[in-house]
Write a protein that binds this ligand. Structure first.
Ligand SMILES: Nc1ncnc2c1ncn2[C@@H]1O[C@H](COP(=O)(O)OP(=O)(O)O)[C@@H](O)[C@H]1O
Ligand SMILES: [Mg+2]
Ligand SMILES: [Zn+2]
Length: 271
């Protein structure tokens, strides 16, 4: 039997902030008393707000890390290309291209090195993509308090990968979760910057298919004012024949003259 269990009563206390406040005082079975509130309602509210803010910041930090990892997968760069940066590129060998790509101001570009391989086009394209996915803010808190997760700022894909991914959608299988051609275009269209590497590496059997793919992609980006970067060993004329006149027209408009960068010199692989 706990005789000491008395009814709670209210008492006035002084908060740390100096304000008086009322609290319920309870009595424990061993007859010691304790206050239900330790501070005034205003301080209580502030403490709760602070806790909520801290919890949200913790969640933001976790989200940022998770997003960074997700971006690293989504960007489409794998293997040794993950290590290509502006820092490990010898800028003196390709000063113009280096300056243009490193100082990228959100315009479309074409890196051309007609007939020359190993001159650093893929390296520079990956350096830009790697820079974007490691430096752009991966998450932030909106004024309403919710956490915003921006889409991966860049997609890197080779022409060969792009075409085979689209061709795969034509192989009808019983798997319903198989990607459709429209889903590929939609996913690419969402990417703020699309880099297609090695344009013209494969001579296509079917130009109308290839040029249709390019037109869908380039036209969509032109309409939505989103950027595209192409790298190629073709000459400008060959590039236009490869992607088709309609896409080439759009591309010229998107890149302006300064966006077509011809890289000359020796293959780095032979230096
Ligand atoms: N200026 C450079 N500084 C450092 N490494 C370079 C440079 N140019 C090319 N490379 C390296 O040489 C190899 C071939 O370059 P890559 O970018 O694949 O050439 P491309 O795409 O023009 O054919 C890669 O390993 C790349 O990192
Ligand atoms: Mg290359
Ligand atoms: Zn107080």
């Amino acid at each position: 039997m706990t005789l000491s269990h008395k009814e709670p009563y209210t008492a006035e206390r002084q908060c740390e902030c100096g304000a008086p406040f009322q609290t319920w005082v309870w009595t424990r079975p061993n007859d010691t008393e304790f206050d239900a509130s330790q501070c005034c309602p205003e301080c209580q509210r502030k403490r709760q707000e602070e806790e909520t803010r801290e919890r949200r910041l913790e969640e933001l930090e976790k989200t940022k890390l998770a997003q960074r990892e997700k971006w690293q997968e989504q960007v489409g760069i794998t293997g040794i290309l993950c290590g290509k940066t502006f820092d490990n590129f010898d800028s003196t060998l390709q000063q113009t291209a280096y300056d243009a790509v490193k100082g990228w101001t959100g315009t479309s570009m074409v890196l051309l090195s007609p007939g020359v391989y190993g001159i650093g086009k893929t390296h520079l394209a990956c350096a830009l993509a790697n820079h974007l996915i490691t430096t752009k803010e991966t998450a932030y808190i909106r004024s309403t308090g919710s956490i915003v997760r921006p889409v991966c700022p860049c997609t890197f894909i080779t022409e060969r990968q792009l075409l085979s991914r689209i061709r795969q959608t034509y192989n009808h299988t019983e798997f319903e979760d198989q990607e459709t051609e429209q889903q590929i275009y939609r996913a690419l269209a969402k990417s703020p910057l699309l880099i297609i590497d090695d344009v013209g590496k494969v001579r296509p059997r079917d130009y109308s298919f290839l040029q249709g793919v390019y037109f869908d992609i380039v036209d969509e980006r032109w309409v939505n004012e989103q950027q595209i970067i192409l790298t190629t060993n073709l000459s400008l004329k060959e590039l236009e024949e490869h992607i088709g006149g309609a896409s080439a027209d759009r591309l010229r408009e998107m890149c302006s003259k300064a966006g077509f960068i011809v890289m000359k010199g020796q293959s780095h692989r032979r230096i």
